[in-house]
Ligand binder design. Structure first.
Ligand SMILES: [Ca+2]
Ligand SMILES: [Ca+2]
Length: 290
């Protein structure tokens, strides 16, 4: 997923961040840190070099679900509005973890975001309808999850404190800001970040598929993501060394650990252990259909 970047420039405080939820008149910039964020601000530029600051012409605020408690848990999400449709913007956050301000990303050129085209009366009025909401259970009580498709440089962001992530598929855009229509079988990446609550494992990556909604191929709406075959963690229709490496990356853990990944718990006993490893090895080399 393109928007997620390891933030070595932030002394490993920030484990992910980027542009999400692109709309005609704006976008969201979200990041997760493994420590409490004491203060945060966002500057928006018209150039990748970060020289022309146009923040004053935009409406920049914390997202409605990003209060002080969320920021103390390491989650920061800005809502940028007042932009032009199909125009390019660049942003950089300034964060304080208690040792003075640091910027993310630290270096230029900054990654850019292209706001989307206006495709409905709602959007031209600045209000987006939510008519293709996709829901997925979270792995932890509080987490930021970014849903991405390889065809889109912008993930869809979802902060959850109630056990469910919700993404608005209307906001899935390609690099030019046009709406993306998903196809059945498309592989979706869900990057879930746990902020300051799980420093041992700040991030879990899971693959899902767009379900076969009506047999017609293109899928305009789906409510739930589909899991792949238990031994095929990366959803590439093959059980091979990549799936083995994935399992070993979460091995061994138990359900009481914050970084527990239920995807590879083959026997659903709340433990990732030799039983689950053996279950995968029993299918090693198999290909779809499983
Ligand atoms: Ca695989
Ligand atoms: Ca197990």
């Amino acid at each position: 997923m393109v928007v997620v970047a390891a933030a070595t420039s932030l002394a490993d405080d920030v484990t992910g961040g980027g542009y999400t939820d692109v709309a005609p008149a704006g976008f969201t910039f979200a990041l997760a840190a493994d420590a409490a964020v004491l203060s945060a601000s966002l500057s928006v530029y018209s150039d990748a070099g970060g020289a022309a600051d146009i923040s004053g012409s935009l409406d920049i605020e914390f997202a409605p679900d990003n209060g002080a408690a969320q920021r103390a848990a390491g989650f920061v999400s800005f809502l940028v509005r007042g932009a032009q449709s199909q125009a390019q913007y660049f942003a950089r956050a300034t964060l304080d973890f208690g040792a003075g301000p640091v910027t993310y990303p630290a270096a230029v050129p900054l990654a850019g975001v292209t706001t989307s085209a206006v495709v409905s009366a709602n959007e031209s009025a600045g209000a987006l309808s939510l008519n293709a909401l996709t829901v997925s259970p979270t792995l932890a009580p509080a987490s930021l999850a970014l849903l991405g498709l390889s065809a889109s440089p912008y993930a869809l962001g979802s902060y959850s404190a109630d056990g469910l992530h919700r993404w608005d598929l209307n906001r899935l855009k390609d690099g030019a800001g046009n709406t993306l229509v998903t196809m059945q079988g498309d592989v979706v990446t869900v990057n879930e970040y746990f902020g300051a609550s799980c420093q041992a494992r700040p991030q879990i990556v899971r693959k899902r598929r767009v379900p076969d909604a009506n047999g017609s191929g293109s899928v305009l709406q789906f409510s739930e993501l589909e899991s792949c075959f238990f031994a095929d963690s990366n959803c590439d229709d093959l059980v091979d060394v990549l799936d083995l490496q994935y399992l070993l990356g979460y091995f061994p853990t138990s359900g009481s650990n914050c970084g527990f990944n239920s995807d590879i718990d083959a026997d659903a006993d709340g433990q990732i252990n030799i039983i689950d490893l053996q279950a995968l090895l029993n299918r090693f080399g198999d290909g779809a259909p499983f």
